[in-house]
Design a binder for this molecule. Structure first.
Ligand code: ZN
Length: 382
């Protein structure tokens, strides 16, 4: 077989999955076959306000309203330590004195910002964060399992928890979990379809932004009700409400560590933040190595640490919400990807219980990492 024939066969074998699949909303609904969802699983925003009314320890505030009229709730634990401020972050960088923005080292507790799913079908982190809130309230997760160690770590930090970063997208995600979906079904719900019902596979799903009714069949859960993907809002001239509200929290709080929580079909992985200093990338690598050690110890899958690098090449990385979180607050900022449990040979095979463990283990790693960094700062000052 010639190389060209082989290429053609490969194209025929893989192209339909990548370019030709069509699915209507009605077909996608008929194909819905989610597993019975356990008590600890949270795949919707509808009952969140009732949950927040039960908070005894955490404080809840609404930081924005989505284009679909849904609130974005920020839940916080630990008192805020007010610090004098003379400049915004990038002016303080220009002044070569970051303490003009915020003297983070003078704070007693590290501040950690958990940004829950800005992609509505990636509800693994919604489940993880609602369980974390339950743990901070009661010492137990939503299965009733005792998690005192994680709670104790959390009590030594200030935690900023945004359980749902795109409530419109989450509300649109009718299956409430992507577990067990085929690749095509998962892409339908996540990325949506074009007006001729072709599935808008990633990354072509980003080619029109905001998504418009004229080009769209089903609006994927990636997007809010105005067709905006908060990961790629126009941060210097915002098109919607979610990303600016997230960045405002970061600007005001100056977190030490911030994560944008996502999901994909592969193994759990901390991604390289783009357009941030190499030292920041190295910090994320150190955190990734620590987190992956914990995954190993618990028999959970994970990827490999990335390599720090500058941007470049013909298709450089995009400046996304994770990049912006660093540039507005100086936070060590990264994107985390969790497996959904997609039914595909290329996908990472996990159970719903393992997904919860993957989430809680990441949070533990972040808290321990931030506390160790704080202890190290204190040692140097003594
Ligand atoms: Zn995502």
């Amino acid at each position: 077989m010639t190389g060209r024939a082989l290429l053609f066969l490969l194209f025929v074998a893989f192209a339909p999955a990548a370019y030709g699949d069509r699915m209507t909303y009605e077909e996608a609904k008929q194909r819905m076959n989610p597993p019975p969802l356990p008590e600890f699983w949270v795949g919707d925003v509808a009952d969140l306000p009732a949950r927040w009314e039960q908070l005894r320890v955490g404080k809840c505030e609404v930081i924005a309203t989505s284009p679909g009229g849904r609130p974005l709730h920020l839940i916080t634990y630990g008192e805020r330590e007010d610090m004098p401020r003379r400049a915004n972050f990038n002016s303080a960088v220009g002044a070569r004195n970051l303490a003009d923005y915020l003297d983070k080292e003078a704070r007693e507790k590290p501040v950690i910002f958990f940004v829950g799913p800005v992609h509505g079908h990636e509800v693994e982190a919604l489940t993880g964060l609602v369980n974390l809130i339950q743990i901070m309230e009661t010492g137990r997760d939503l299965t009733g399992r005792e998690r005192g160690e994680l709670r104790e770590l959390g009590q030594r930090c200030r935690l900023l928890i945004l359980p749902a970063g795109n409530p419109d997208g989450i509300a649109r995600f009718e299956p409430r979990t992507a577990f067990g979906m085929t690749h095509a079904e998962f892409q339908f719900w996540g990325q949506g379809t074009w007006s001729d019902h072709r599935i808008a596979y990633w990354p072509d799903s980003k080619r029109e932004h905001p998504r418009t009714e004229s080009e769209t069949g089903f609006l994927g859960c990636y997007f809010n009700d105005a067709g905006v993907n908060p990961m790629h809002d126009e941060f210097f001239a915002p098109m919607s409400t979610e990303a600016p509200a997230i960045l405002k929290v970061a600007m005001q709080e100056g977190p030490d560590l911030a994560v944008s929580l996502h999901s994909h079909q592969a193994v759990p992985v901390l991604l390289r933040p783009a357009y941030v200093p190499l030292d920041e990338q190295q910090r994320v690598i150190a955190l990734a190595e620590y987190c992956y050690e914990l995954y190993d110890a618990r028999g959970l899958p994970h990827g490999k640490p990335f390599t720090a690098q500058a941007e470049g090449g013909p298709r450089p990385a995009s400046f996304n919400l994770t990049s912006a979180l660093y540039h507005i607050s100086g936070a060590t900022s990264f994107t985390f990807e969790c497996p959904h449990g997609i039914d595909d040979p290329r996908a990472c095979q996990v159970t719903l219980e393992e997904i919860l463990e993957i989430q809680l283990t990441l949070y533990q790693a972040m808290m321990q990492f931030a506390l160790d960094a704080k202890a190290h700062q204190t040692d140097q000052h003594d």
